[in-house]
Each structure stands twice: as C-alpha cells, then as structure tokens.
Design a protein around this ligand. Structure first.
Ligand SMILES: *Cc1c(COP(=O)(O)O)cnc(C)c1O
Length: 380
C-alpha cells in the first residue's frame, strides 16, 4: 500500500533527544529551542522567531498580540485549515471569508479590498501548498488601510516571494507576523510543533511574554529585570526542548529533504502534464514571483463526481490520495455566522481537488506507478 504521508526520520532525532535529556533541561526555551530559533532567524531573515507547540498556537499568539476583541473583523480565505480561523474566533473576532483565486487555492487578492470595513483589524493569508500569495498587492493594501498582515505559512517553510523591488524574501518574513507548522504532515517535522515569526518590532517584547504564560521570565533570565512576575495575558505556548531537539535533526537535513521532495514533485509534474492538458485537469501553478517548496502535489479534477471516483478507485488499487479543505464558510460551526457572498472558487477546490502521496521515502517506481494507475482508473 502507498500511504498519503509517511513521516521521515533523518537518523539523529533520538540522539539529540538523548542529549537534551542528559543536559537536565528539558522544559522550554533550552539549548535546542535557541539553536532552532537562531537557525531560522539567520537563514530566512525573520526579525525574531519563537518555537511553539503548533502552528495553531502560533496563530493564537498572533491573535492575542493584535488585541483582537469581540466584534473585530479579520479577513482570510475560506479554503484553509480550521486553525487559521479558530485562533481569531477564540478572541471574539468575526471572520470575513474571501474567495480563492481561480488559478490557485490561495486568497484572491483582488477581492480583499471590498471586504475591508472600519472594524477590520487584519488580513490572514495562507500560502497554500507553500506557494506564495502576491505579497506586494497584499502589503500595499494593508498599508493603505492600516491593517496587520499575518502569514499562515504552515506549509511554506523554505519558500520565497520575489517582489517588484527584485528582492527575494522568505515566506513568513514579509507580513507583520508569520506562523509555521512542524506537524508530521509538513516538510520538516517534530510530531507536533510550530513557530511564530515576529517581523514588526512593535510586537517583539510582548510576544515573549505571551509565550511565557504572561510573565517576563525571558527578560529575567537575560538579566534585564531583577524579578519576574505576571505582566500580561498569556499561555503555555513554548514546546519542551525535547521537541526542539527532534526538530534540530530535521533542520540539519533541510536541504536534502527539500531536494528530494522537489524531485518527486517534478517527476509527478513531468509524468502528468500532457495527460492533464488533454483531459482539462489542472496541475499546480507556480507564479513567477513564487518558488516551489514541494509541500504538496495536487490535481484539480473536472467535477466532484470524477474526483470522488478517482479517490475510490485509487484506494482500491492500494494508493491513498486525499481531498483537502471543506470551505469554512459552509462548515457546520460557521455557516450560521457567515453573511457574505458565495465563494465559488473555494467551493470548487473543496469539491475537485486531489492530493497525491508525497513524502521523502516515496520511490521513483512508486511515483511512476501512481501516475500510471491514475491514468488507467481515469480512463475506466
Ligand atoms: C497544518 C496547518 C495548520 C495547523 O498546523 P498545526 O501545527 O497542526 O497546528 C494551520 N494552517 C495551515 C494552512 C496548515 O496547513
């Protein structure tokens, strides 16, 4: 059987975990946490980053940092994971859902401005499949209306955007805040895990306090204050150093992981592009301003019936593709609250998108088998 995902272990995870245990400091903000944070800050030019127990937590920290209150509005795509919305719903925000682009599941940037009102606080973007939104357009709009931009970069580690100024910037470093995931389904993993990036300096000091349960403990350990106490709201957002030790082993292999994933992605693309064109099936589009971090390989089929039939028939052949998000504006939890327009592109991706298996240990011959089987079951 070929599963959809198989977590990849690089070999040194338990070695670094043993080391963390041996140092006797396995709570948060230890040696490996700092090593991971410094690595990401240097490599991707984040102003500051904090490891968190999940991307969900990083998004919740972002909502607290923004002082989101009941009645505030935040704009985000409907085609996303529940955490993008839940983090803000927890603070009482009204979610204003935007549609996806016709050529990509990411937010349709051209539809954002008409959703902005006096109550809008932030725009939350999702770099779907690790492919960048048009950050020039979004940042311009945010500046014009004085809004905060948060990048849900859960899928977007090691992916970039090149703006009109010709500068290539890492995703998660462009908005005021960014949130990453190291869940086992992402490119680099720690089981559960995440990271908040803080690019706007106005949020730096408070981010550390919220991370440390509302205390100024980090400043205390740096010797900046002579006692620490309760100074703000917060929660337990920082992971154990055991998690960071695991992540460090992944970070050391980031390049080879990305290379291998890209190889698999390109093999799918080359193997499917002519067939897709003949059958009017859409393959992923990477705009000129974006890079491909090979987080995901997906197809957009002609109809929901065809998509479901392909999923079933491939599973009968012991290959496990999966569909993806159900539009959040139609979810059992939120549909009563949603007062907006129809979001046809979002619904289309809910109905017609298929994700193929993509993980480090997937062999060339398995990729070829998936391609061949897909074409066979499509014809049958
Ligand atoms: C995976 C994912 C999340 C949640 O990440 P966790 O680390 O599991 O909390 C949020 N948003 C998007 C777009 C994701 O893909």
């Amino acid at each position: 059987m070929i599963p959809f995902n198989k977590p990849h272990l690089t070999g040194k995870e338990t070695y670094y975990i043993n080391d963390a245990v041996a140092t006797g400091k396995i709570s948060g903000n230890g040696k490996y946490t700092k090593m991971c944070q410094v690595f990401f800050q240097n490599k991707y030019k984040f102003n500051k980053c904090l490891l968190t127990t999940s991307c969900t937590d990083a998004l919740e920290m972002a909502a607290i940092l923004l002082n989101i209150e009941a009645g505030d509005e935040v704009i985000m795509p409907s085609y996303t994971f529940v955490s993008t919305a839940n983090a803000f719903v927890l603070r009482g925000a009204n979610i204003i859902f935007a549609d996806s682009r016709p050529d990509h599941p990411g937010i349709d940037e051209s539809t954002i401005e008409k959703l902005i009102t006096k109550r809008t606080k932030a725009i939350i973007l999702v770099h779907y499949a690790g492919v960048s939104c048009d950050m020039d357009k979004v940042m311009e709009l945010a500046n014009k209306h004085n809004l905060v931009v948060i990048e849900d970069a859960a899928q977007a580690i090691d992916s970039f955007f090149t703006g009109k100024d010709g500068i290539k910037r890492a995703l998660g470093s462009i908005g005021h805040l960014g949130a990453f995931s190291f869940h086992e389904t992402k490119n680099i993993i720690s089981g559960e895990g995440g990271m908040l990036t803080i690019n706007d300096t106005q949020f730096v000091e408070r981010s550390e306090i919220i991370w440390e349960k509302g205390t100024n403990r980090s400043a205390f350990f740096r010797g900046e204050v002579d006692k620490y106490g309760w100074v703000d709201i917060g929660s337990s957002f920082l992971p154990s150093d055991i998690i960071a030790a695991f992540l460090w082993a992944q970070i050391e292999n980031l390049e080879s992981i990305q290379e291998k994933r890209l190889h698999i992605w390109n093999r799918y693309y080359e193997g499917l592009k002519n067939w897709a064109k003949e059958n009017e099936i859409e393959l992923p589009v990477i705009p000129d301003f974006a890079t491909n971090n090979a987080h995901m390989f997906y197809l957009v089929m002609n109809s929901e019936i065809q998509r479901d039939s392909i999923l079933n028939k491939l599973r009968d052949q012991r290959i496990h593709p999966v569909f993806h998000y159900l539009s959040l504006h139609k979810s059992p939890f939120y549909r009563e609250h949603y007062r907006g327009d129809e979001l046809v592109n979002s619904d289309n991706y809910s109905d017609r998108l298929v994700r193929l298996p993509l993980f480090y240990d997937l062999q060339n011959k398995e990729v070829d088998l998936i391609i061949k089987t897909l074409q066979q079951v499509f014809d049958s």
